[in-house]
Design a protein around this ligand. Structure first.
Ligand code: ATP
Length: 352
C-alpha cells in the first residue's frame, strides 16, 4: 500500500468551485473519511484521486509519485461504489477475476487469487452465483473482493454501504473496517453518514462548500469541534447563540444564563454554546437554576430522548433509559424537570 497526499487540489466546473484548495495526507494503512453535506465536493475529490476527473489545479501523490496526470487504469486503486457496479452476466468469481484477466494473468494464477480473496470476504461458497442470486450485502462483498484482488495501492470507497438496510449496514461496516485494518489498506472513503464516518475512520475530514472545515480523529471532532457547523455535523448538539458573560457564564440571545468553564476551550470569536445531548442530566421536579416543562419523551430502547423547553429555548437531552421504578421513568410531557451539566462539558464555538 501507499500513502496518499492531496496538495492544494481544486476543481472548477465553469464558474462554480466544487473543490477549493484541498490539502490532505492519508498515512499508509489509515482510513480517512470525507464527510459533509450533499454537494460539498466529496465525490469530486474521490474522482480526482481515482483519476476519473482531471483537477483544475493541485496535485495527487501516491507515496512520492505524482499521479495527477496518470489515467485511472494506471493508478492501481481499488474502488467500491454505492451501486456495487458488478457485471450481471458474470458469476461472483468471474467478477472478481475480471481485473486479473485484464492484467494478463494466466488461468491458474487467477483462480488461486480469486479463491484467496473470496475466502477473505467469506464468499467462497457462493463463487458460482450470479449477482442477481446474491443479497445486497453479498453483492457488496463481491465488489470488495474485486477491488482487493488487484492488490491496489489505495482503496477508495464511495458511500459503500448506503444501499444496505440498517442492520446489514452495521455488520458490513464492522467487516470492512476489520479487513481494512488486518490488511493495512490505505483507504479514502466518502460518506454523508456521520455514524459510518465516526465508527469506521481513523480520521475524519469535515467538508463544506469544497473546503475543509476540520480534520481530526472522531473523538477530537465530537468532543472539540472548532465551530458550530462541525459540532452539528458530527453528532446531535444543542447549539445556542449568545455571548460570554463571564468566565463561568454564557448568556443566550433569549436571556438564559448557562454555566460554562470558558478558560480551557475559549475561541476568540465564539458566539455559540454547544453541548451534546448526552452530557445533560435530567431530574424530575423544578429544582435547580435551570428548569422547564418537558415537551416530548421519546423511548429509543436503551436510551430515552427528552425535549425540554426552558424560556424560549428547547434543550435535547439523551439519557440511558431509567429503570421502571426510578422517578424519571414516570416523567411525561408538561411535567417540570431540571437540567444539569458539568460546566466543563459545553464548548463555546463560532457560529458561521
Ligand atoms: P453528494 O453527497 O450529494 O454526492 P458531494 O459532496 O459528493 O455530494 P460532489 O458530487 O462532489 O458533492 O459535487 C460538488 C459540487 O460540484 C456540486 O455543487 C455539484 O453540483 C458540482 N458538480 C459535480 N460534478 C459536476 C459536473 N460534472 N458538472 C458541473 N458541476 C458538477
Amino acid at each position: 500500500m501507499a500513502s496518499l497526499s492531496i496538495e492544494n487540489l481544486t476543481k472548477r466546473f465553469g464558474t462554480s468551485v466544487a473543490v477549493d484548495g484541498l490539502d490532505l495526507a492519508v498515512q499508509e494503512g489509515e482510513l480517512v473519511a470525507l464527510l459533509g453535506p450533499s454537494g460539498c465536493g466529496k465525490t469530486t475529490t474521490l474522482r480526482m484521486v481515482a483519476g476519473f476527473l482531471p483537477p483544475t489545479s493541485g496535485r495527487v501523490l501516491f507515496d512520492t509519485e505524482d499521479v495527477t496526470r496518470l489515467p485511472a487504469h494506471k493508478r492501481s486503486t481499488g474502488m467500491v461504489f454505492q451501486s456495487y457496479a458488478l457485471f450481471p452476466h458474470m458469476t461472483a468469481a468471474q467478477n472478481v477475476g475480471f481485473g486479473l484477466e485484464m492484467r494478463g494473468l494466466g488461468a491458474a494464477e487467477r483462480q488461486a487469487q480469486i479463491e484467496k480473496v473470496l475466502k477473505l470476504v467469506r464468499l467462497s461458497h457462493l463463487a458460482a452465483r450470479f449477482p442477481r442470486e446474491l443479497s445486497g450485502g453479498q453483492q457488496q462483498r463481491v465488489a470488495l473482493a474485486r477491488a482487493l484482488v488487484i492488490k491496489p495501492k489505495l482503496f477508495l470507497l464511495d458511500e459503500p454501504l448506503s444501499n444496505l438496510d440498517a442492520k446489514l449496514r452495521a455488520e458490513v461496516r464492522i467487516e470492512i473496517r476489520a479487513l481494512q485494518q488486518r490488511l493495512g489498506l490505505t483507504t479514502l472513503m466518502v460518506t454523508h453518514d456521520r455514524e459510518e464516518a465516526l465508527t469506521m475512520a481513523d480520521r475524519l475530514v469535515v467538508m463544506e462548500s469544497g473546503r475543509v472545515r476540520q480534520i481530526g480523529s472522531p473523538r477530537d471532532l465530537y468532543d472539540a469541534p472548532q465551530d458550530a457547523f462541525v459540532a452539528d455535523f458530527v453528532g446531535r448538539c444543542n447549539i445556542l447563540a449568545g455571548r460570554r458573560e463571564s468566565e463561568t457564564q454564557f448568556r443566550t440571545e433569549s436571556g438564559l444564563v448557562l454555566s460554562v468553564d470558558i478558560a480551557p476551550n475559549e475561541s476568540k470569536n465564539a458566539n455559540a454554546f454547544a453541548l451534546r445531548p448526552e452530557r445533560i442530566s435530567i431530574q424530575p421536579g423544578a429544582k435547580g437554576d435551570l428548569h422547564g416543562a418537558v415537551q416530548a419523551v421519546t423511548y429509543l430502547g436503551s436510551q430515552t430522548e427528552y425535549h425540554v423547553r426552558i424560556g424560549e429555548e428547547i434543550f435535547v437531552v439523551i439519557q440511558q433509559t431509567p429503570d421502571a421504578n426510578e422517578p424519571l421513568a414516570s416523567v411525561r410531557p408538561e411535567d417540570q424537570v431540571s437540567l444539569h451539566w458539568d460546566r466543563k462539558s459545553p464548548r463555546l464555538v463560532p457560529q458561521t
